[in-house]
Design a binder for this molecule. Structure first.
Ligand code: PLP
Length: 421
């Protein structure tokens, strides 16, 4: 395969940007490919190679690349300008739609990234309860800010720095950790600490490979937090609009106190949202004294792309995307049966993951997966014209633009690569 132009760009980039990239997970070794354009289910690089894409911008592009309806809406907004610094009508319309869809969101604020959303949600939880400590799950990823970069998943784990340098120990002493799918551990930490503002978790973990909640885990989480007066924050930056229109909270029937959204909510443009019960959200400035603000918050382009995407989802439902994902996961399972590698496959809605090892239940299980073998597989798969996110700890995403032909090709390609390893 020819990667000449990508390699040359990367060698220049290494001198200009840390690790040559704008976000660590993109720094695949020995070099990433540089994208020229994306269209539908495909992404093409600067050397003319084309791939069926299951990274989909790490989740936001649920309709595929350059979806015509989203493109048209963005173009129409462009004609009217793209930043005002004043409220716009669409903010009200979109907020109304989101509060209708998400059981746990009565009031919300638009911000610019998922990181910003979780940072603000934690501040609101602390401001509302007057308490300092938070609990997170080992291996979860809630963005790149101080309070949550402890045993953090995603790129932090891929690059071997789950505990970031540069964060005062005095600060992260307020961040407690529990393993996922372990209700006793959560109850125990809550019992031993009386200063806990909130428990934040990804209801379905998508940053330490894909990890599904065991039966009743989320229900028990809701009970334990409620009984102990600890706020429950669902980080639905990945699962929001993905596992169902109302996210994992709708899918599993759980009502958190606060919710964070991002990714799909912006239809491929930068966005973050935090929201929750009115009595909590009313503590946010200017109606309350928990300060939060942003020049680009609620910007017209992100709202337009996001609103158009969500409208599409409401009108089309999830049957197609979920059924092709199931066909893909089942097809891959059949291919695995013909290899000696002992892989397993996890999936939910339009998310899936091929494990190089046993299906994980928590972060320590995920750390036992064979990440090196995964990268060998990643490169072989690229040669077959299929692009997975370049880490065992990431989740693959299917879009509405994927065709049944894409799915069949991918099943074949995965089988070929697994047999070659
Ligand atoms: C669950 C979750 N929360 C928060 C974030 C941070 O979002 P952003 O990258 O938009 O800051 C991510 C990013 O991948 C995520 O997966």
């Amino acid at each position: 395969m020819n990667f000449g132009k990508s390699k040359s760009l990367y060698s220049e980039a290494l001198n200009l940007m840390p690790g040559g990239v704008s976000s660590p997970v993109r720094a695949v070794k020995p070099h990433p490919f540089y994208t020229a354009f994306g269209k539908g289910s495909k992404i093409a690089d600067v050397d003319g190679n084309e791939y069926i894409d299951y990274c989909m911008g790490y989740g936001p592009l649920i309709l595929g690349h350059a979806h015509p309806a989203v493109k048209k809406a963005i173009e129409e907004q462009l004609e009217k300008g793209w930043l005002y610094g004043t409220p716009i009508e669409l903010e009200v319309k979109y907020a109304k739609l989101i509060t209708k869809l998400f059981p746990g969101i009565e009031m919300l604020r638009f911000v610019n990234t998922g990181s910003e959303a979780t940072m603000a949600a934690l501040r609101v939880a602390r401001g509302f309860t007057g308490r300092n400590k938070i609990i997170k799950v080992e291996g979860s990823f809630h963005g790149a800010h101080d309070a949550v970069l402890v045993k953090a998943g995603s790129g932090a784990t891929t690059h071997g720095i789950p505990n970031s340098a540069g964060i005062p120990a005095d600060f992260v002493k307020h961040t407690l950790q529990v393993p996922y799918n372990d209700i006793e551990a959560l109850a125990d930490v809550i019992e031993k600490n009386n200063d806990i503002a909130a428990f934040i978790l990804e209801p379905v973990m998508g940053n330490s490979a894909l990890i599904l909640p065991e039966k009743d885990y989320l229900k028990e989480v809701r009970n334990v937090t409620e009984e102990n007066d600890v706020l429950l924050i669902f980080d639905e930056v990945i699962t929001g609009f993905r596992v169902s229109p109302g996210g994992a909270q709708e899918y599993y029937g759980i009502k958190p106190d606060l919710t964070t959204l991002g990714k799909i909510a912006g239809g491929g443009l930068p966005i973050g949202i935090f929201g929750g019960k009115k009595e909590i959200m009313e503590n946010v400035a200017p109606s309350g004294n928990v300060y939060q603000a942003g020049t680009f918050s609620g910007n017209p382009l992100s709202l337009t792309a996001g609103y158009t995407t969500v409208k599409f989802l409401m009108e089309n439902g999830y049957d197609y995307i979920n059924s092709i994902t199931k066909e893909l996961a089942d097809g891959i399972r059949d291919q695995i049966a013909g290899s000696n590698l002992g892989n397993e496959v996890g999936s939910i809605a339009s998310m899936f993951c091929i494990y190089f090892g046993k299906t994980p239940k928590n972060y320590s299980d995920s750390l036992k997966l064979d990440g090196k073998k995964f990268i060998e597989f990643f490169w072989k798969l690229l040669e077959e014209g299929v692009f997975f996110p370049p880490s065992q700890y990431e989740t693959c995403f299917v879009s509405f633009a994927h065709s049944r032909e894409d799915i069949e090709k991918t099943i074949e390609a995965v089988g070929t690569c697994l047999r070659k390893l």
